[in-house]
Design a protein around this ligand. Sequence first.
Ligand code: GRF
Length: 204
Amino acid sequence: MLKIAVLVSGSGSNLQAIMDEISRGNLNASIEMVISNNENAFALERAEAKGIETYVFDRKTYRENMGDKILEVTEEKVDLIVLAGFLSILKGKLIDKFENRIINIHPALIPSFCGKGMYGIKVHEAVIKSGAKFSGCTVHFVNHNVDDGAIIAQEVVPVYFEDTKEILQARVLEKEHKILSASIKAIEENRLEIVDGRVRIKDI
Ligand code: GRF
């Protein structure tokens, strides 16, 4: 049983997707805690409804040492940290202590439309503006640089000329829910190895 901490900032639909997969018996994991950098995140209500322990570390208060606060509550308690729409950048010892044990979902096809300042609806806006015909989402390991760690899984969606950023966001989000749980499952089942900075994964 894989023990996980899920980090959130907003609605928490990705958190919900993970909880649902666990409830259905498709994912042998237990969410030990949900950590939010925003006290108003709806994700906290989703967690509380399931009786999951929650922590709030305000984004502004812990701007510089968010990583340290998270390490304080997760160290020795969880095997994997899942960033599911978490909008603070993590730095410091946490990244080394949890090397290859922190994953993030990004709502575009890395290495495009990613990096500092490229998050949430801004990503979809930039994709539409670029004229790209496809977008998607990426699950990747977290390292010391933003959106830079080894890619675990990706899913592609079409971009239509009439799309608004909100329509594209909804199309991508549906795929996020699938590949985030699938990636956690692959980690739990030891189906993943890192070779020369790239992830080899069986049956994703
Ligand atoms: C997702 O699109 C995620 O990729 C992004 O923020 C959104 C979070 O959605 N970084 P939710 O809170 O899981 O509903």
